[in-house]
Design a protein. Structure first.
Ligand code: COA
Length: 192
């Protein structure tokens, strides 16, 4: 399993992450709100990010897409710049399960891009795309921190159900946050 297909929507176009995305990925690692809300504490060097951007789309067991604008002018996409990233990782081909993760850059939040990106990735995950049968998953899960009501509400509105929580598993400044586990199953996705 390597490089995922391009997934086109009205507002967004998802394409595999490429070496040229390293600048934007580096930028997202220096976004304090994004780091806090995703619970990211690991640090990376610029060289590691360059290597990651160059190779990640060909790594097995995962699909990494750049969320770019779906806008078209005179038959061409208006921009190919990464506005965010969305990832299906930890793909277990036997259990047909995977984890979902996404992060939009600060200027591109709250515009509906995240919602549309998840819709396209779930469709690909459960049903495949025109030219790619996809992983035919049975379950897509994620975890979201209790300090992130926007992401939690968004996931719930897309059919993810809460399964439980890891209490005070994340240190948030002088206090703690829970990790809420959520998932959507194949049948629930089709029924929605
Ligand atoms: C979470 C994130 C990916 C969502 O993407 P987005 O493009 O900003 O989200 P959208 O604009 O598509 O939708 C956000 C929804 O949340 C709602 N929302 C916004 N703030 C909210 C809040 N404080 N509480 C509840 N809902 C909220 C919006 O009304 C919208 O709902 P709607 O589609 O029904 O109108 C993005 O905000 C982000 O990258 N945040 C920082 C990193 C992060 O939190 N990643 C997820 C980690 S689990």
């Amino acid at each position: 399993m390597t490089r995922g297909p391009e997934l086109r929507g009205e507002m967004v176009r998802l394409r595999p992450i490429e070496a040229r995305d390293a600048d934007r990925l580096w930028e997202s690692l220096h976004d304090p709100e994004g780091m806090r809300l995703t619970g990211t504490t690991a640090t990376f060097t610029r060289e590691q990010i360059d290597e990651w951007a160059r190779t990640v789309s060909d790594r097995p067991g995962r699909y990494d897409w750049a969320v770019t604008s779906g806008g078209v002018r005179e038959g061409k996409f208006v921009s190919d710049e990464l506005l965010g990233e969305i990832v299906l990782n930890q793909i277990d081909e036997d259990a047909r399960s995977a984890n979902l993760r996404l992060q939009m850059l600060p200027d591109y939040r709250g515009r509906g891009y995240g919602r549309e990106a998840i819709e396209h990735v779930l469709r690909f995950a459960f049903e495949g795309a025109d030219e790619d049968p996809g992983p035919r998953l049975h379950r897509v899960s994620l975890d979201v921190l209790s300090i992130n009501p926007r992401a939690r509400a968004l996931y719930a509105s897309l059919g993810f159900r809460e399964e439980g929580r890891l209490r005070e598993v994340y240190r948030d400044g002088n206090s703690w946050a829970d990790a809420i586990l959520m998932s959507v199953l194949e049948d629930e996705y089709r029924a929605a």
